[in-house]
Design a protein around this ligand. Structure first.
Ligand code: SAM
Ligand code: DTB
Ligand code: SF4
Length: 321
């Protein structure tokens, strides 16, 4: 198999056809493409830290941190720079190469808080880690300031299709999301953007989401595929868990459409067996969140992940690949 040109001109029909390829064939094609563009066996390890938790004015129906739902989480104001640096140092010692800071904001509003986040970025970057942040909507000026402080990537998920979006979030639009992605890209930040499966979306919605991601030009540097973690108290608390086969199908399709991207097996990994996770890696996933916690919910434990890496002979991808 030869490397083909990376395409951002996928038609909706091509994406749909690919998505509906018989699963075994799809996985094998994805694995072949994966080998061409990535070192098989290398997995990126990112650690998340919620630097500002809860109290968010948005109404994202899946989220533990929206002020609209009674989820019982512990609200926490913006952390101090020293606390964040110490968490990043621990993450580095545990083997993480990227540190992702998440804030439950609709957008960055306070200049004082923003300056503090810039200080966090400078300090974490100085540890030799890649730094990612997810702070809600950004203006072009804020995006430039983040870049100047040394931010590697900006996470801003599209979550689902444009047409299903208003069933999940009413306080902002899909276009708002795309504008922030554009601001981040124009400032020279790598984009980390993906979605959540299991919100109640249809197959068509999943195809639409993958089509939107794969027609971003250039492709996102990383694409998190989250499985909904149902949060008691949110409108989606009773959603059926997404099947492993749907996860694998979405991962394999994303791998084929966006060969160079890191595809992250993100939230929801905790409930997958080693065998199921291995299948996701074979299908093209090559990034995970490492650490006890995601933002507010538990993640697979680091000791289990060490066992998984050892079993698979997997290695951490070095920073700044
Ligand atoms: N407030 C910022 C925003 O919305 O962009 C950043 C933080 S937000 C919690 C980051 C992402 O986490 C969301 O876009 C969503 O994709 C994912 N997420 C949040 N809650 C989730 C859940 N319960 N299950 C799966 N993914 C979730
Ligand atoms: C992403 O795509 N998933 C992460 C990260 N980017 C910010 C967040 C997952 C959150 C899961 C629910 C929680 O822990 O609150
Ligand atoms: Fe707020 Fe982000 Fe949660 Fe939406 S996903 S409620 S914007 S923290």
């Amino acid at each position: 198999m030869e490397k083909l040109a990376i395409r951002s001109d996928w038609s909706r029909e091509e994406v749909a056809q690919l998505y509906r390829t018989p699963l075994l064939e799809l996985i094998m094609e994805a694995a072949a493409i994966h080998r061409l563009y990535h070192k098989p066996g290398e997995i990126q390890t990112c650690t998340l830290l919620s630097i500002k938790t809860g109290g968010c004015p948005e109404d994202c129906a899946y989220c533990a941190q929206s002020v609209r739902y009674h989820t019982g989480i512990q609200v926490h104001r913006l952390m101090e720079v020293e606390e964040v640096v110490s968490a990043a140092q621990k993450a580095k010692e545990a083997g993480a190469t990227r540190f992702c800071m998440g804030a439950a904001w609709r957008e960055v509003r306070s200049n004082r808080d923003f300056q503090k986040v810039l200080d966090m970025i400078r300090a974490v970057r100085a540890l030799g880690l890649e730094v990612c942040a997810t702070l809600g909507m950004l203006t072009p000026e804020q995006a430039h300031a983040l870049r100047a402080a040394g931010l590697t990537a900006y996470n801003h998920n599209l979550d689902t299709s444009e047409s299903y979006y208003s069933h999940i979030i009413t306080t902002r639009t899909y276009q708002d999301r795309l504008h922030t992605l554009q601001a981040a890209r124009e400032a020279g930040l790598s984009l980390c953007t993906g979605g959540i499966l299991g919100l109640g979306e249809s197959e068509e919605d999943r195809i639409d989401l993958l089509h939107t991601l794969a027609t971003l030009n250039p492709h996102p540097e990383s694409v998190p595929i989250n499985a909904l973690v149902p949060i008691p108290g949110t409108p989606l608390e009773e959603r059926e868990p997404v099947s492993i086969w749907d996860m694998v199908r979405a991962i394999a399709t994303a791998r084929i459409l966006m060969p160079r991207a890191k595809i992250r097996l993100a939230a929801g990994r905790e409930r997958l067996s080693f065998t199921e996770q291995a299948l996701c890696f074979v299908a093209g996933a090559n990034s995970i969140f490492l650490g006890e916690k995601l933002l507010t919910t538990p993640n697979s434990s680091p000791s289990q992940d060490r066992e998984l890496f050892s079993l698979l002979g997997a290695k951490e991808m070095p920073a700044f690949v």
